[in-house]
Ligand binder design. Sequence first.
Ligand SMILES: [Fe+2]
Length: 212
Amino acid sequence: MNHTTGSSTLDRSLTQAMPASFSHAASPDCAIARLCLALDAAFDTCDGAQDPSLRASFARGVRAALAEAAADPTLLTDAQREGAANGYRRHLLAADPLGRYAIAALVWMPGQASAIHAHHTWCGYAVIDGTLTETVYEWNPASEYAAPLRDQSRKPGAVSFTRAGRTGIHRLGNSSGTAAVSLHIYGVPGERIASHVNDIVRIADSAQALLA
Ligand SMILES: [Fe+2]
């Protein structure tokens, strides 16, 4: 548990225009439905494990599903590519009827970035359009601060998967001059996507990270 924020902390970026979730069963032929089916298949490899992210087969399945969906030009509508002036915007695309995952598109206008955070749950993302910069941090349990390790440029097709916990601290942002879009999957029910995913952490050189 974060020493600065609890799991009920609301990610402010998620308060913008959150649409209702829907079940993929209603539209079996669209790209998002295919993504849900691929995720369901990844869960099927885990034999009901309490934490599927510990299974290599699950990680492989999620990464493959992300890569295929992110490359599909029909995945997002024009409305789901719309950003916001006051922070990156998240569009909820689908939520698993069993509550095992939620899928969202994030739209990053130039200069927008996430807070520095770990995750309360497993998650994965893929870049769809534009270029994101991912800064990776290392957690120091003695000082309870994170320190930056490296920046990496994440271009369309880049895929990432991480388990819950402080071993996966990062910050995503758009330092380019054009909008970027990414696809994210989180191991939470749709209604918890704004409150039970990001674990915002302090960084070593500035408590202002909390305000990012
Ligand atoms: Fe993240």
